[in-house]
Write a protein that binds this ligand. Structure first.
Ligand SMILES: Cc1cc2nc3c(=O)[nH]c(=O)nc-3n(C[C@H](O)[C@H](O)[C@H](O)COP(=O)(O)O)c2cc1C
Length: 143
């Protein structure tokens, strides 16, 4: 079982909480999770990973956060073909278009979105969302 890297950006903590729940799920399944804020993440270090979790809230107008996450994602686009990518993030008032666009982008990169879609949570994750995120972590640990 390899280490599961969970790379995320979070402005007000909601997506960070989601990342923590995924890490809890990985650990519950006996795996090892590494939580990495995107400003500290290295694309080079992820090149050999077969499974990566990426988190970012809906920002701008249904976009990834533009100063750190979007540039990081641009770099990742070139190296994730064949990998399994889990997506997650919090949103506010929108229709989750940012997540649908992100899923399409992962598929266009030649990678697979784990479970076929990302987990989008409105605002702060509640108990149901936490359970869903932990289950995702358990899935990631088993891949
Ligand atoms: C500058 C800015 C732009 C945002 N744009 C959107 C948006 O387009 N759609 C949406 O649903 N929420 C939008 N939001 C709301 C955030 O996605 C929401 O507050 C989310 O919970 C923040 O997650 P975080 O705590 O991980 O930073 C925006 C928030 C900010 C600060």
């Amino acid at each position: 079982m390899s280490k599961v890297s969970i790379v995320y950006w979070s402005g007000t903590g909601n997506t960070a909480m989601m990342a923590g729940s995924i890490a809890d799920g990985v650990a519950a399944a006996g795996g090892e999770a590494e939580l990495i804020t995107v400003d500290e993440a290295s694309v080079d270090a992820l090149k050999d990973a077969s499974v990566i979790a990426l988190g970012c809230p809906s920002m701008g107008a249904e976009q990834l956060e533009e100063t750190q996450m979007e540039p990081f994602m641009c770099e990742l686009d070139g190296v994730i073909a064949g990998k399994q990518i889990a997506l997650f993030g919090s949103y506010g008032w929108g229709n989750q278009e940012w997540m649908r666009d992100w899923e399409d982008r992962i598929v266009a990169d030649g990678a697979t979105v784990v479970n076929g879609e990302g987990i989008a949570v409105n605002g702060t994750p509640g108990p149901d969302a936490e359970d869903e995120l932990k289950a995702l972590g358990q899935t990631l640990a088993s891949l």
